[in-house]
Design a protein around this ligand. Structure first.
Ligand SMILES: [Fe+2]
Ligand SMILES: [Fe+2]
Length: 379
């Protein structure tokens, strides 16, 4: 991506993370586990091309980039927000949308690099095969968000320092399970929840499609992490598990704080401390930041990293209510939404897509009908 669309200066040469990984060969080519092999099959069958599946001709209104109500801007309702005129508010929305999507983009590049690392370091052949499909998925995700930022939003932000620190911690550890844990369970878990909020609440069809299709792949990635880590952690000593649990706690706080968006407020010339203070104490945003963990907490529990330190941290963050959510149900929902979108996209029914956020086909049809009726009544 050319430097000119960055809102803030960024390193021209990129970022180098030193580290040594133990590359593992495996000569047992017929030793696959059924569940992992079926994920691998799915990974092969569900490949798609962003240039064909997504309708890039959809125009974006730069005055209303996210197609979201003002309430979704974290500063909404603050004294600062109330002082801004309409054009200034739209500028904040544009920058916040670009910042959020830029973090998706940089996170996807992290996922691409982690997936490639996993192919090298994981000992089992079935996991290497599956991981190879994920490398391709992540390349497509990077391509997709880069294209969206570059050609549609025309604005991008550098990587958020909290996300960068977590990626660094994930990549400097040479153990394969730490790459999975950091990337597949923590970073992708939070990403899934963030994508789903855009997918479910934006009225803008391009963003909705991008996030729905990326999520369809991400659900497989998290499912893979769950399967592989559940097996690995079942055989670990308590000391080894405790070390992983400490990593989970640290990663959770880093991911939560990433959503304060300090860089945006600084870049726009606002009092960043005042903005962060507001964002931190705002009740609806607090709920939003908790919801980001809805796809992390049940998975951490499922892989067996459920010691007292993890539970204490989740109680402190107010996210324990997610512990018994069923990941398979969420994955099935992600699949059905992406398929429904394909159907509507094929028919060019962008208007219907604006109202699409329900789970099953019947509900989708009903919500669309209600939305359009309300729109027509108001016009
Ligand atoms: Fe991805
Ligand atoms: Fe992924």
């Amino acid at each position: 991506m050319s430097q000119r669309i960055y809102a803030m200066p960024t390193d021209i040469t990129g970022w180098t993370v030193p580290g040594v990984a133990n590359v593992q060969f495996n000569w047992e080519y017929d030793n696959g586990r059924d569940k992992l092999l079926s994920l691998y099959e799915k990974g092969k069958n569900k490949q798609w091309n962003t240039n064909e599946r997504i309708d890039w001709s959809i125009e974006i209104d730069l005055e209303d980039t996210a197609g979201m109500p003002d309430e979704y801007v974290p500063l909404f309702g603050s004294p600062l927000w109330d002082r801004l005129d309409r054009a200034e508010k739209n500028r904040v929305r544009h920058h916040y949308g670009a910042w959020l999507n830029s973090q998706f983009l940089h996170g996807e590049q992290g996922a691409l690099i982690c997936a490639a690392r996993i192919v090298e370091t994981v000992p089992d052949i079935d996991a290497k095969w599956y991981g190879a499909t994920q490398v391709m998925d992540e390349a497509r995700h990077v391509e997709t968000y880069a294209r969206y930022l570059h050609t549609k939003l025309e604005l991008a932000y550098p990587i958020n320092p909290h996300l960068k620190e977590l990626l660094n911690n994930t990549l400097t550890d040479s153990r394969w399970d730490m790459t999975y844990l950091g990337m597949q369970i923590m970073i992708e878990g939070v990403a899934l929840a963030a994508f789903s909020m855009i997918r479910d609440f934006t009225g803008e069809p391009l963003s909705k499609a991008i996030n729905a299709y990326v999520m369809q792949d991400e659900a497989r990635h998290v499912a893979f992490g769950l399967l592989a880590l559940k097996d690995a952690y079942a055989d670990m000593t308590q000391a080894e598990k405790t070390e992983r649990e400490e990593f989970v706690v640290e990663a959770s706080y880093l991911l939560r704080d990433r959503f304060l968006a300090r860089e945006v407020w600084e870049n726009l010339g606002f009092d960043a401390d005042e903005c962060v203070g507001y964002v931190n104490n705002h009740q609806m945003l607090g709920e939003f930041r908790k919801a980001l963990f809805s796809r992390v907490v049940p998975n951490v529990k499922k892989i067996g990293l459920w010691g007292p330190k993890v539970q204490e941290a989740f109680v402190d963050m107010g996210v324990m209510q997610f512990q018994d959510m069923d990941p398979d149900e969420s994955f099935a929902r992600d699949e059905s939404i992406a398929e429904e979108l394909d159907r509507l996209m094929e028919q060019g029914r962008h208007r219907e897509i604006r109202y699409m956020w329900e789970t099953d086909a019947e509900q989708v049809a009903e919500t669309i009908a209600v939305g359009i009726a309300a729109e027509e009544a108001g016009e």
